[in-house]
Design a protein around this ligand. Structure first.
Ligand code: NAP
Length: 247
């Protein structure tokens, strides 16, 4: 028996990093997983790994910032599986720059993918979840949305906005038995953080009380909790997964 037996999950940004780990963790607990990503090859590679774990899967190439693409992708997922029980809004990007130098394009793109992307995916699924009278929505925010960071005004605004969005939507959907929560990871070892210079990584490590960077599995385990019946009485919350950086 798995925690997610007979559930269908859709994970955005499932091609690598945290999204891939969440997809595989859910599959190990019995869920069928729809793997959505901008990059079709990485999405289908994750989908293949889900199938190797004995679950059904499908991969979808989709830009979460484009509502009509998202609607089309969710429709094909619903046509294939008949239901979606769990949505993980994980796709996200950074375009770091000091505000003084930040272009409109850098601002707009980060807000469009990280915040409007979650709006689009929720728009495409909530009618279905409301009819189902059940659902779990998990938004992958960031501690930067709570505390800010130099060079990340766009990213901080998108993730702070995502946290506020989570709380408002949780209030809207609570009577329909749909839980909406966010996870705020700290520094997790993925392609996104590997791009940072060594001295910044060393500096960050000094600020992590638990003394190590996070792994994608640290986030995936919390996503599993929020996707499972173990968290049925939790909604509108932000779970911080950061080794103690923010407390
Ligand atoms: P990652 O390794 O860069 O993976 C992000 C995935 O999202 C990639 O597969 C990427 O596809 C996909 N993606 C990007 N834009 C997309 C779009 N418009 N539509 C659909 N898919 C898109 O990042 P990660 O570190 O796993 O981060 C996952 C989430 O956690 C993000 O929301 C990030 O902000 C958040 N987070 C990460 C950390 C950390 O330390 N890593 C900390 C806090 C929060 P491509 O391969 O085509 O680019």
């Amino acid at each position: 028996m798995g925690l997610l037996d007979s559930k269908v999950a859709l994970v955005t940004g499932a091609g690598r990093g945290i999204g891939k780990e969440i997809s595989l963790t859910f599959a190990k607990e019995g869920a069928d997983v729809v793997c959505l990503d901008l990059d079709p090859e990485s999405a289908s590679s994750t989908a293949r790994e889900v199938e190797e774990l004995g679950r059904r899967s499908m991969s979808l190439k989709c830009d979460v910032s484009n509502l009509s693409e998202v609607e089309g992708a969710f429709k094909s997922a619903l046509d294939k599986f008949g239901r979606i029980d769990i949505l993980v809004n994980n796709a996200g990007i950074t375009r770091d720059n000091l505000l003084l130098k930040m272009s409109q394009e850098e601002w707009d793109l980060v807000l469009k993918v990280n915040l409007k992307g979650a709006f689009n995916c929720c728009k495409a699924i909530i009618k279905h979840m409301m009819k189902q009278r059940s659902g779990k929505i998990i938004n992958i925010a960031s501690i930067i949305g709570l505390i800010g960071n130099v060079g990340q005004t766009n990213y901080a605004a998108s993730k702070g906005g995502l946290i506020a969005f989570t709380k408002a939507l949780a209030k809207e959907l609570a009577t329909r038995n749909i839980n909406v929560n966010a996870i705020a990871p700290g520094f997790i070892r993925t392609a996104m953080t590997e791009a940072l210079p060594e001295e910044i990584r060393e500096q960050m490590l000094k600020n992590i009380p638990l003394g190590r960077f996070g792994e994608p599995s640290d986030v995936a385990n919390v996503a599993l909790f929020l996707a499972s019946p173990l968290s049925d009485y939790i909604t509108g919350q932000v779970l911080v997964v950061d080794g103690g950086m923010v407390m």
